[in-house]
Design a protein around this ligand. Structure first.
Ligand SMILES: C[S@@+](CC[C@H](N)C(=O)[O-])C[C@H]1O[C@@H](n2cnc3c(N)ncnc32)[C@H](O)[C@@H]1O
Length: 329
């Protein structure tokens, strides 16, 4: 049995690491709050009282914000938990981290544009489906601008993405004829509660991301992508079978497989995708597929902590919110 002190020490490390490695560059507020959690026995005990898969900093902070807004410091955070801990706990038990970052399309586009068109897109872990609309967004790769493939009824968000010289920046958008998302719990873009949660998952200082999220939601509302409730291990094959045969089937995922705790299950998923007649694009933390990550060169900077891979071969390091690509293939 794990002793409470060991459990609290593990959590303190997790929150400190989140503060220093993830929040530090762009969210002074989250950094401050997570460092406070890491040294507060009261907060650590509160988080330790939740199931392990519900203890992540992103989930905790979004739940706190749902109940009491963004705490303006350590004291305010203590107050929310002291006075409304039950409500925060309830949110953490009913919601999961489902950040849907449409700007991640900017790291997929170079790969998608290099494939035979048209495309059939199947996203695993799609949340609200915003990454299923790459052809409907606009991009700015350090001055190389790409618009939506067809003019739409609402104005498209523009995703800026910094690139190194080796990155195969596309010159045109892609032709998508079919798109479907699979998720354990798809978020409904018509549901106010789901959308409030989605907005709360954007970190407090990230106003550009929040604005682009609204613009992407407007695009999605004009023509919502098809989302199917299901598990990536049990339902992928049947969903893939519904894709049109005349298009290149692309199965892709980003920021999903870290939620599949067992390495054996992640490997099982990889084997399922490899067994399908599809191009497989993965954009995940390197720890998700350690064998694949071993083939990649060192991360050029700590901020590029997603690994982009095509059919199991790493091709680039990317910013976690789609803001940069360091291509090395
Ligand atoms: C952090 S969100 C990422 C959403 C989207 N891929 C993006 O990058 O914007 C992770 C999503 O994966 C989904 N997910 C986690 N485990 C899953 C599983 N076993 N099967 C299907 N979806 C899963 C969650 O419900 C959640 O919506």
């Amino acid at each position: 049995m794990v002793r409470l002190d060991d459990e609290l020490a593990r959590l303190a490390k997790q929150y400190e690491s989140f503060a220093m490695r993830q929040a530090e560059p762009t969210s002074p507020r989250y950094k401050e709050l997570c460092l406070h959690v890491a040294q507060s026995r009261m907060l650590l005990r509160f988080i330790a009282g939740l199931p392990m898969e519900r203890q992540q900093p992103n989930l905790f902070l979004a739940a706190v914000r749902t109940v009491g807004g963004v705490p303006n410091g350590a004291e305010a955070l203590d107050e929310v938990i002291g006075q409304h801990g039950g409500m925060v706990r309830e949110v953490m038990l009913t919601r999961t981290t489902q950040t849907n970052e449409p700007a991640r399309c900017a790291v997929f586009l170079p790969v998608l544009a290099s494939l035979p068109q048209p495309l059939a897109l199947l996203e695993v872990g799609a949340a609200a489906g915003l990454c299923l609309l790459p052809d409907k967004y606009a991009y700015d790769y350090e001055g190389i601008k790409i618009g939506p493939s067809k003019p739409g009824p609402v104005s498209a968000p523009v995703f800026p993405c910094s690139v190194n010289q080796a990155a195969p920046v596309p010159r045109h958008n892609v032709d998508v004829v079919w798109r479907t998302g699979l998720d354990l719990n798809p978020l409904d873009i018509q549901c106010a509660g789901d959308m409030a949660w989605l907005r709360t998952l954007v970190w407090p200082e990230h106003r550009d991301r929040a604005d682009r999220l609204e613009a992407a939601l407007n695009v999605a509302r004009a023509d919502p992508p098809r989302l199917i409730t299901g598990d990536l291990l049990t339902d992928l094959v049947s969903v893939a079978a519904t894709a049109p045969k005349a298009a290149t089937l692309v199965i892709f995922h980003t920021a999903v497989l870290n939620y599949v705790a067992a390495a054996a299950e992640r490997e099982k998923f990889a084997a399922i995708v490899r067994g399908l007649d599809a191009v497989w694009i993965s954009n995940e933390a390197p720890g998700v597929f350690p064998e694949l990550a071993k083939q990649a060169p060192r991360q050029p900077s700590p901020e590029l902590f997603f690994l982009l891979a095509i059919d199991g071969k790493p091709v680039g390091w990317t910013g976690p919110h789609g803001q940069s690509i360091h291509w090395f293939a």
